[in-house]
Design a binder for this molecule. Structure first.
Ligand code: 1GP
Length: 236
């Protein structure tokens, strides 16, 4: 498989990832769900959640891998979710927070699983932005989201200066308010690496707004969990 990072760096396309939380996904529905993903404009499948029990992620990956040609990217909430069965992993550091466990602790613990792995490892600055609701990420990581524009922009730039290859602006799963166009465009004009945006996006209108503001890839999870008919809005 082609490098996912290289693809995102050069892609002129509007990329959309469907996020599957292994904790909330009914494996019996895998084939029906992935069929809808395949018929949609989605370009990537992300897999991950805040709290997922051991082996659940791997079982999900094994079930969906044969069903799609889309790249499957791990978006793990913690080291338990690291698995060899995906194509790539967002190697996240929660740079908006000041909890060392999520800045570097979990990453060190993941090394024994990744050292000999064939996964594409993509260093990603993960920035939690205020989505007007306390989300699972906040609770689990015990960190606060950012809400000042300059602080968000400076955090994204610091991630780039540190050598990270992607920035992920996250309003949090199920956020009341998605990351605003103003925040997306301010960050986009500051950094020279691809920008992922997710959290609270529930309509084609919101997807288009994020792309227009400069997102290179938009991530949607809850909208599909709540109502699979949302796939109709994003059919190819
Ligand atoms: C969460 O960015 C993702 O980590 C997606 O959020 O579930 O609100 O779509 P939603």
């Amino acid at each position: 498989m082609k490098s996912i990072l290289k693809y995102l760096k050069t892609s002129e396309k509007e990329n959309l990832a469907v996020l599957i939380d292994p904790d909330k996904f009914d494996l019996k529905k895998a084939s029906q769900f992935i069929d809808k993903v395949n018929k949609s404009i989605a370009t990537h499948v992300f897999v991950g959640g805040s709290i997922v029990e051991k082996d659940v992620t791997e079982a999900l990956l094994l079930a969906i891998k044969p069903l799609t040609n889309l790249p499957i990217v791990l978006f793990p909430g913690d080291v338990i979710q690291v698995s060899e069965k995906a194509d790539a992993i967002l190697f996240l550091s929660l740079v908006s927070g000041r909890n060392p466990e999520y800045l570097i602790g979990q990453q060190v613990k993941a090394v024994s699983k990744l050292r000999n792995s064939s996964l594409e490892i993509i260093p990603t600055g993960y920035i939690l932005v205020d989505g007007k609701k306390e989300t699972a990420t906040q609770k689990v990581t015990k960190t606060k989201p950012l809400n000042k524009l300059q602080e968000i922009v400076d955090t994204a730039k610091a991630a780039e200066f540190l050598g990270m290859q992607l920035v992920y602006l996250e309003a949090g799963s199920g956020a009341k308010q998605e990351v605003s166009g103003a925040v997306i465009s301010a960050v986009k004009s500051e950094i020279n690496i691809p920008l992922i945006v997710g959290g609270g996006i529930r309509s084609k209108f919101a997807i288009d707004k994020a792309f227009k503001a400069g997102a290179d890839l938009v991530v949607i999870g809850t909208a599909f969990e709540d109502d699979e008919s949302f796939f109709e809005e994003i059919r190819k």
